[in-house]
Design a protein around this ligand. Structure first.
Ligand SMILES: C[S@@+](CC[C@H](N)C(=O)[O-])C[C@H]1O[C@@H](n2cnc3c(N)ncnc32)[C@H](O)[C@@H]1O
Length: 317
């Protein structure tokens, strides 16, 4: 069946929307989900944005703790696969002194990440390289560890992604993956490819990596998602576009408005393919409903958001 978003390049429009967000908010560093512990599960709309940002840093705390990064040598060289705006590279360098290389497929995001790295004066320790995680230009065996936060669910050929990680890791190096697995494989457009349970451990084993630790963050991510769902509001979106326009950037405000429009249409179709009843709720209602659905799936344990700490064997066969 032909759909609205079939007629357009969904990946290009999705990238454009995130490029606009990156341009509009130069201080934004993270494009990943977050963790909200039960102690902070507020029903209040007040403090929503602050809670969301704290949640994103908490997800990094959980990742670092799961992998035991505090005990790794400061001289370690890490690859930040799908580095987005460079926030993870910056944070790992700031916390532990690691030398980092960020890799991203999106040219504009690479530029945005470089600008952020320059702003913090860390360009000597953090390189940003443009490339595809499923076939990258990086040297074999040149990294002590690889982190990948929420890139794997964007990649259809996860076998290639894992093979490339195994290739660039030194023997004994670690792959720290933060991502999702669902009860059954689920795809939305050519952008989201959620694998079924057990996929990451199997793919890792296929290329000589073994699971050292898995930490399930689903309950905390589900709580964070509830806030994320509440952020999908016409008033908040209109205020954002207006704010950008009033700050003297009318073209950017216009691109933002167009980006919202595409994103909502994309979500509406995604909700439809999952069989969610979004009849009569409007576009913003559909965004909320889809995010609530994610929260329910995570809270029920049907979907898992977690950290997989994988270790490349000392000797590959
Ligand atoms: C959800 S964002 C997460 C960004 C970043 N890891 C973070 O935590 O803020 C996914 C990122 O993966 C990047 N990406 C998607 N497919 C990729 C691929 N095949 N190779 C490299 N990067 C990719 C996107 O451009 C985007 O920056």
């Amino acid at each position: 069946m032909a759909t609205n978003t079939d007629k357009v390049d969904v990946v290009a429009l999705h990238d454009e929307f995130f490029n606009v967000i990156a341009e509009a908010f130069p201080k934004l560093l993270h494009l990943h989900y977050g963790c909200t512990p039960a102690s902070e599960d507020s029903r209040s709309l007040f403090g929503l944005v602050g809670r969301s940002t704290r949640g994103q840093l908490r997800l990094l705390d959980e990742m670092c703790a799961a992998a035991g990064m505090a005990d790794w040598p400061a001289a370690s060289h890490g690859l930040d696969l799908g580095c987005g705006l460079g926030g993870t590279s910056l944070e790992l360098h700031r916390r532990y002194g690691f030398r980092m290389t960020g890799l991203n497929i999106n040219r504009q995001q690479c530029g945005q990440a470089r600008r952020r790295v320059d702003r913090y004066g860390t360009e000597a320790d953090i390189a940003v390289v443009r490339g595809d995680g499923t076939g990258n230009p990086l040297r074999t065996g040149s990294f002590d560890f690889v982190v990948a936060i929420e890139i794997a669910f964007h990649v259809g050929r996860k076998d290639r992604l894992f093979a490339e990680v195994a290739r660039v890791l030194r023997p004994g190096g670690r792959f720290v993956l933060v991502d999702q697995e669902w009860a059954e494989e689920t795809q939305a457009h050519e952008l989201m490819f959620y694998p079924e349970r057990g996929t990451y451990e199997r793919l890792a084993a296929d290329c000589g990596m073994t699971l050292e630790r898995h930490v399930d963050l689903s309950a905390d991510v589900a709580r964070w998602m509830v806030d994320y769902a509440r952020m999908a509001s016409p008033a908040l979106s209109a205020a954002t576009v207006l704010g950008i326009g009033l700050s003297g950037r009318p073209r950017l405000a216009w691109r933002f408005a167009k980006g919202f429009s595409f994103f909502n249409r994309f979500v509406l179709e995604d909700a439809g393919t999952r069989g969610l009843d979004v009849e009569g709720v409007g576009r913003w209602g559909a965004v909320r409903r889809l995010r609530q659905f994610f929260a329910e799936e995570l809270a029920s344990g049907r979907a898992v958001h977690g950290v997989w700490v994988l270790r490349r064997e000392e000797r590959s066969n």
